[in-house]
Design a protein around this ligand. Structure first.
Ligand SMILES: C[S@@+](CC[C@H](N)C(=O)[O-])C[C@H]1O[C@@H](n2cnc3c(N)ncnc32)[C@H](O)[C@@H]1O
Length: 262
């Protein structure tokens, strides 16, 4: 069988952004409903009010940032992927929203004016090395107003088994294979993503910002990291339902909120 795999023309960033975050998620009803739940919980936990400013780091296709804007928040999204930033900005324009987006790296950014609220959604905290993740938290501190609040989501360390082993997904012309793996020494959940042609040839192995997996921080680790920087009232939640429920050992999400004191 000849290799006519269309995705080989694309970089991993383009493939991942276009296929996963835009084609699959941004147009999936269940994903859209979940984004609305996420925004509901953020409004509640972060005591948000129209007119507040919000920075969403690792904003992906801008689904939540644009929903925040629809509810009167001055939202700005940052993501590593220029493809996603362009998609998110186009969405905002099409919907007449004032959301702004920029390509950027949460491990290395500064802001002109600190924000009332800062979020990292979609289990996006922890893709860097331990040092980079700690730097990200310092950057978030600097990007948050005194008296402001943050909400971060990461990979729950006790539910990693749900992500282990081979997982196939059929594409238009081939398959996506993820061989989920966990390294107990570095506490990282990862494993390679591969695009596989119908004849079985592996044509592209993922080299994306998430290629080294995600650090699965425990609650005590996160609490210490945040309080060492100066954050207070560090609270943990396990679902995107209201009222926010306590984090359990079996929760599929690890959500934390914290305050930057006045
Ligand atoms: C799991 S997705 C979540 C996207 C979005 N927050 C959501 O919930 O739909 C992670 C996103 O973080 C971005 N990302 C990963 N590392 C990043 C970094 N260092 N700085 C900024 N964005 C990053 C990726 O490009 C991707 O869009």
């Amino acid at each position: 069988m000849s290799n006519t795999f269309s995705y080989t023309e694309k970089t991993w960033e383009e493939f991942w952004a276009e296929f996963w975050r835009i084609k699959l998620l941004a147009n999936d009803d269940a994903a859209i409903i979940k984004c609305e739940q996420v925004v509901d919980v953020c409004f509640h936990v972060l005591q948000m009010e129209p007119g507040m400013t919000l920075l969403d780091l690792g904003c992906g296709a801008g689904m939540q940032a644009n929903l925040f804007a629809e509810r009167g928040i001055e939202a700005h999204g940052i993501d590593l992927s220029p493809t996603l930033v362009k998609y998110a900005q186009d969405q905002a324009s099409d919907r007449g929203l004032k959301t702004t987006f920029a390509a950027g790296d949460m491990r290395d950014f500064t802001v002109d004016e600190p924000y009332d609220r800062v979020t990292v959604l979609g289990m996006s905290f922890g893709f860097g090395t331990d040092e980079e993740n700690e730097q990200t938290l310092h950057n978030i501190w600097d990007a948050t107003k005194a008296g402001g609040k943050i909400l971060l989501t990461g990979q729950h360390p006790y539910t990693i088994s749900a992500h282990l082993g081979p997982e196939w997904m059929e594409l238009e012309d081939g398959f996506l294979l993820h061989r989920g793996d966990f390294d107990p020494i570095s506490c990282r959940l990862g494993g390679p993503w591969q695009l596989v042609c119908p004849d079985g040839t592996v044509v592209l192995e993922g080299e994306n910002p998430e290629a080294d997996g995600i650090r699965c921080y425990s609650v005590p680790e996160l609490r210490k990291l945040l309080t060492d920087i100066g954050f207070t009232n560090v609270e943990f939640y396990g679902t995107w339902f209201l009222p926010p429920s306590e984090l359990q050992w079996f929760s599929m999400e690890l959500i934390l909120s914290a305050d930057k004191p006045k």
